[in-house]
Design a protein around this ligand. Structure first.
Ligand code: ASP
Ligand code: MG
Length: 260
């Protein structure tokens, strides 16, 4: 049997996509990782502040926007990021192609603005990955059985990244942050905060829940734990840094599990 190609999921949040210039740095970083991983999927959030801006636009037009239209609007933030990242990669000679959550086969429940992932069918992604292209997927969104665009709730891109990692049998998901990994407290406000090189899912959940879930969404941690998918929280400013590895101590996953 041919050896399965190594797959890596790289997740970039709003802090990594604040300005147009950020996309060139991320493209460079992705191309660097491509030397090690033949198959890369980048999962991207909306540019920093974009989702808040879209929500405020909605509220100015209608204080209680219809849920369906709210999702149509806020899902656009990630669509801006994925296309810009694909353009930045092309500018550096990279072969990249972007997809919405729906195009990527992220199937969800139909609760608009708080949908949960039922299954991922990444059929459209496979041929691109096999041909060596970098696949870029919009986080935070999916499609319901009734073919409506849904979003997963604030901070939902982390969960998108983990769900894709499960479906694509990725080696791990790397979360790129503006900090070097997980600390016992927010290092920006607490200089005494302790840095963790390695955590189990339980330990990570505990730390993250205490610190308000800013570094990585607890929902994404729970989904990774269900499937024993290793996670790596690291800095987008410094690839040399080791970051924080999150994994089970010894258990092996026996199957594929989604949120519902
Ligand atoms: N852009 C969405 C939000 O701001 C999703 C995410 O960032 O994960 O909540
Ligand atoms: Mg965001």
């Amino acid at each position: 049997m041919p050896q399965k190609k190594k797959t890596l999921i790289m997740k970039f949040g709003g802090a990594a996509t604040k300005t147009p210039e950020c996309f060139s740095s991320l493209a460079q970083l992705i191309l660097e990782r491509k030397n090690e991983y033949p198959q890369i999927v980048a999962v991207v959030s909306a540019m920093g502040g974009m989702t808040d801006h879209l929500i405020s636009l909605a509220k100015q037009v209608n204080p209680t926007p219809p849920h369906r239209e709210y999702d149509m609007l806020v899902s656009a933030g990630e669509r801006i990021s994925i296309s810009l990242l694909a353009m930045a990669l092309a500018a550096q000679g990279g072969q990249a192609v972007s997809f919405t959550g729906s195009q990527s086969g992220i199937l969800t429940t139909d609760e608009h603005s708080e949908a949960r992932i039922i299954e991922v069918r990444p059929n459209r992604l496979h041929p691109h990955l096999e041909s060596g292209k970098i696949v870029i997927v919009a986080g935070f969104q999916g499609v319901s059985k009734s073919k409506e665009i849904t979003t997963l709730g604030r901070g939902g891109s982390d969960t998108s990244a983990v769900a894709l990692g499960i479906a694509l049998r990725a080696e791990k998901v790397e979360f790129y942050k503006d900090v070097k990994g997980i600390f016992s407290n927010d290092p920006i406000h607490d200089p005494e905060a302790f840095f963790f090189q390695q955590l189990t899912y339980e330990e990570a959940l505990d730390v993250v829940e205490k610190s308000g879930g800013r570094v990585i969404h607890p929902r994404a941690l729970k989904l990774a734990q269900k499937n024993t998918l290793p996670l790596h929280v690291r800095s987008f400013q410094n690839l040399e840094g080791e970051g924080t590895l999150i994994s089970a101590m010894n258990l092996q996953s026996v199957g594929t599990f989604y949120e519902e």
